[in-house]
Design a protein around this ligand. Structure first.
Ligand SMILES: [Zn+2]
Length: 445
C-alpha cells in the first residue's frame, strides 16, 4: 500500500468532515448541510466505511483529499501533508508538482516579508511614526503582535535588496508574490496588514498610507490603501480578514461581526468582541458567505457604508439570506446606543469598548433596519408610503424564508397603516413589473 492509500485508510472521515460541517447519523451514513452549495435540507452524506463523501444536491463527492482540496482550497500535496501530520505518518516519497512548489515559495516569500515588516514597525526607528499612529488609534502592543502588523519603509528597493540580494529569490518570484511592480517594491511608506488564508499563511497585504502623507502623494502612490493584486495564492473575494485568528470564537458564539477594514476588526477584537472578520469593502461575496455559513448562523454587519443606499452591500446581504444566514445590522444611528455618534467601528470599539459590545449585542434584523431607514427618508405621508413600498417590496419578495417574509409583510402593512392583502397585491404587481423589465430602484438585487 502506498502512503497516499495508507494515510487515507487511517483518517476518520466523519471526524474530519465534522470539523467543518455538523453531521447527524442517518443509517449507515452521516448527513449534514452541504458546505459547497447553499441548501436548507441536508443532502450531503458521509460514508464512514468507504471513507467518502457525496452531495446529492450539487453532485460533489470524493475522499478525504478531495474534501480538503475543495474546502480549504489546498493543492493535493498540501492535503496529503496535512492528513499525514494528522494521522502521524511521515511522508517519504511524495514529490510536489511545480505548481505546488511555486505556491509554497510564494507563501515563504510573504512570510519572510511579514517578519521583516513587523520587525521594522516594532523595533526600528524607520517604523516609529507608523507605530505612533497605531498607538494613537488606540491599538495595543498585544494586538499589533497578534495581527502581525508591519511597516514598509519609504524605499523603492528595500524588499528587493532583502529578498533578492540576501535571500536569493528572483525578481520574478517577487512579482508573482505581488510584492514588486516592474522592478521596484509595490509597498512603500505604508502600514502593512498581512492577509492570511484559513490556515494562517500570509498570502497578501493591505498597505495603508501614513496619515501625514500629503493628498497628492497618496493619490500618486495608489490611494489610501494598496493591496496585493490577485496572485496564485491570493484571491481577494475568497478572503475574510482575521478569520484564522477569530474562527474558534465565531464557532463558539455561533455568530460573527462583519466589518469593512482591518483596523475595525483588530479594534473590535481588542475590545473583547473577538468573533469578528473584515470583508475589505461593503459587499459580501458568495465565497465569503460560504465561509461564514460553515461556522455560524448569524452575521452582524457593522459597515461604514450606509447599506440601505448601497446596491453592492444589499446584493451581499441577499446572498447571505439566500443560504439561510440571519443578517443583523448595528444600529449606529441610535442615540441610545451611539450617543457619541461614532462613524467608524474602529474608533467606536477603541474609545467606548462597552458601548461597542452593547451595540453589537443589540443589533437589529436587517429588514427592520431597511424599514426604519425608508421611513426616516420618505416619511409617512401618502407619497412617502408609496416610495417606501416601491423600495421595500422587491426586497421583501426576495426574502428566502416564508415565515420571515410573512412577518415583514405584516410589519410593513402595520407601519404603513394598510391591510396586509394590499401589501401582497402590490408585491405581486412589483414582481410582474420586474419580470417585464420595467425599471425599479432595487433591480440590482
Ligand atoms: Zn452540495
Amino acid at each position: 500500500m502506498d502512503q497516499v492509500e495508507e494515510i487515507k485508510s487511517k483518517v476518520d472521515m466523519v471526524e474530519l468532515v465534522q470539523e467543518y460541517v455538523p453531521l447527524k447519523r442517518a443509517g449507515r451514513n452521516f448527513k449534514g448541510l452541504c458546505p459547497f452549495h447553499g441548501e436548507k435540507t441536508p443532502s450531503f452524506m458521509v460514508n464512514p466505511e468507504l471513507q467518502i463523501f457525496k452531495c446529492f444536491g450539487c453532485n460533489l463527492g470524493g475522499d478525504a483529499y478531495t474534501f480538503l482540496q475543495k474546502i480549504e482550497g489546498m493543492e493535493f500535496g498540501e492535503a496529503l501533508q496535512h492528513l499525514a501530520d494528522r494521522v502521524g505518518v511521515k511522508l517519504v516519497s511524495y514529490r510536489p508538482t511545480q505548481g505546488e512548489q511555486m505556491k509554497e515559495k510564494l507563501v515563504g516569500i510573504n512570510a519572510l516579508t511579514g517578519q521583516v515588516y513587523h520587525w521594522l514597525l516594532t523595533e526600528q526607528k524607520t517604523g516609529k511614526e507608523a507605530l505612533e499612529y497605531l498607538k494613537q488609534r488606540g491599538l495595543s502592543d498585544e494586538v499589533i503582535k497578534k495581527f502581525n502588523i508591519g511597516f514598509a519603509p519609504d524605499n523603492w528597493d528595500f524588499l528587493f535588496k532583502f529578498l533578492v540580494g540576501k535571500k536569493k529569490y528572483t525578481l520574478d518570484d517577487l512579482t508573482r508574490a505581488g510584492l514588486a511592480v516592474k522592478n521596484y517594491d509595490r509597498f512603500r511608506n505604508r502600514i502593512m496588514f498581512p492577509l492570511t488564508n484559513g490556515r494562517g499563511q500570509i498570502v497578501g497585504y493591505a498597505g495603508r498610507v501614513l496619515p501625514a502623507a500629503s493628498a497628492e502623494a497618496t493619490a500618486s502612490q495608489g490611494g489610501k490603501y494598496v493591496n496585493t493584486p490577485e496572485t496564485e495564492i491570493y484571491h481577494k473575494s475568497e478572503l475574510l480578514y482575521g478569520l484564522d485568528i477569530t474562527r474558534a470564537e465565531i464557532k463558539n458564539a455561533g455568530w460573527a461581526v462583519v466589518v469593512e477594514g482591518e483596523i475595525d476588526a483588530i479594534a473590535s477584537w481588542q475590545a473583547g468582541v473577538r468573533n469578528v472578520v473584515a470583508i475589505k469593502g461593503s459587499a459580501l461575496t458568495e465565497k465569503q458567505v460560504e465561509l461564514l455559513r460553515r461556522i455560524c448562523d448569524t452575521i452582524v454587519l457593522a459597515l461604514d457604508t450606509d447599506i440601505a443606499g448601497d446596491a453592492a452591500a444589499r446584493r451581499g446581504i441577499s446572498i447571505a439570506d439566500s443560504v439561510g444566514l440571519m443578517v443583523k445590522v448595528i444600529n449606529s444611528k441610535s442615540e441610545i446606543l451611539n450617543p457619541k455618534h461614532f462613524k467608524d467601528p474602529g474608533d467606536w470599539a477603541v474609545e467606548d469598548p462597552d458601548g461597542w459590545k452593547k451595540a453589537v449585542r443589540e443589533a437589529i434584523p436587517v429588514y427592520d433596519f431597511y424599514l426604519q431607514s425608508a421611513v426616516e427618508r420618505y416619511g409617512l405621508e401618502v407619497a412617502g408610503k408609496k416610495k417606501i413600498g416601491q423600495e421595500l417590496l422587491p426586497v421583501w419578495a426576495n426574502i428566502s424564508d416564508e415565515i420571515v417574509k410573512a412577518h415583514y409583510i405584516k410589519l410593513l402593512a402595520k407601519t404603513l397603516g394598510v391591510e396586509e392583502e394590499d401589501v401582497r397585491a402590490q408585491m405581486g404587481k412589483v414582481l410582474r413589473a420586474k419580470g417585464q423589465g420595467l425599471s425599479e430602484p432595487w433591480k440590482n438585487m
